[in-house]
Ligand binder design. Sequence first.
Ligand code: GLN
Length: 520
Amino acid sequence: MSLVEYSAHELKQLLVSGEITSIELTQALLDQIGTYDDHLGAFLHIDAERALARAADIDHRRQAGKPLGPLAGLPVAVKDVLCDQDGPTTCASRMLQSFRPPYDATVVARLKAADAVLIGRTNMDEFAMGGSTENSAFQVTRNPWDPGRIPGGSSGGAATCVAARMAPLSIGTDTGGSIRQPAGLCGVVGMKPTYGRVSRYGLIAFASSLDQVGPLARTTRDAALLLETIAGHDPHDATSLEVPVPAYSHSLEQPLAGLRLGIVREHFAAGLDPSIEEAIRQAVEVYQSLGATIQEISLPHSKYAVATYYVIAPSEASSNLARYDGVHYGHRTDESQLQAELNARRQQLQAAGDERGLDQLDNGLVRMYRLSRAEGFGPEVKRRIMLGTYALSAGYYDAYYLKALKVRRLIRQDFDAAFGQVDLIASPVTPSVAYRLGEMVDDPLAMYLVDLYTVSANLAGLPSISLPCGFTREWLPIGLQLQAPPLEELRLLRGAHMYEQATDWHKRQPALVRQRHTGV
Ligand code: GLN
């Protein structure tokens, strides 16, 4: 078996016992990236030299018997939205194309302190806005199960690199489903922790009341290992919770005796792909066979979740993205051209004797802001800024933003009531499997609707996980979503682990990758 095929947990054992070195492992993954990534496009940036140097350093320290961190020598890929002072952080946007962070995000700092090898930066939808990774300003990422299809998004690179065995572990972010949805569509495990569980310091903000950082991996145990490394209180993030972090990866085996699993009446409605419904119902039967009792529950306000999310998220985005004006932050338009255009326009107006026009002529600063933003942001980001600015503007604030906040509260109350009856809630991750590249780019509304099962966990601040639970006849992965009450990550991971132990969906490899190793 090639090194790239092992889980992080297995690799950790091989590294600790000295059977392999981090250099060998890092090189094997860089080779895998070299073989597949020109085609799949998961990575925006690879610094092979730095990764190998780091691996060599960890190997030396291990050989010298020095103490090492919990991820020592394990390669981890990071979504290009978390600041890392050792390289670029672009958010897949022209706006930040030349940004070099002066500090590390807390998550990145914790990975470094845990002696992980940061192997590369993964592609995403620009500023994490989207569900297909097609909104990246730089490249398309392809789904390893069918390279003609999207990998999901916005953490599409993060899911693709794990599914294609280019990294055993990766970090994503989830504002409305961006970890769980690509994990589901690429057949890997992805988890959004409770809001506040993982520090957002150094995460480039999309929607601050919804954003969370979380792990993607091929098994629940690996996701647990990565989560326990990055989670925990951080004084730099005022929303970070001051509660202890359990040793998730050591407590997975404890069975969830007497598990009460809820399924949501409203989730099995028109629009859900029958093969997904079938896979979810079978997953529920697996739980039943493991001793869980199944209870139908209702989340009556879930039908408003997408509408609520698409008011709140763009509103916060429009505010967060106001800082990119070419002066404080971000791309600045070519000023010589700007001055030339301004002078030409002034001359025109003078020649025409247009006093009013001259009065109204943009001063250079406003024009510079406008052009910098017009050039720096892509179409989806502009759409969100316009939606959000509208929803927050005088006269509309009460009707949209304030109303959305009230509905958000009702959605949270639905979950509070449901968790009075059940321990975990099971649902699909998406209503449809990965669609073809380009299929939805002209229909943003249809794309927004794909988020109907994932956005509620963000609106309510709950932890939620996506697990492989089957395939369509065309071998496209299907994801099972589990949700738990706030801060019950351990319950969620144990529930997920239980299912994983009873099934082998997570062991399947995309044909593209499998053929190379086994020839079949
Ligand atoms: N697809 C959702 C959106 O476009 C979620 C994005 C995310 O979680 N970052 O807003």
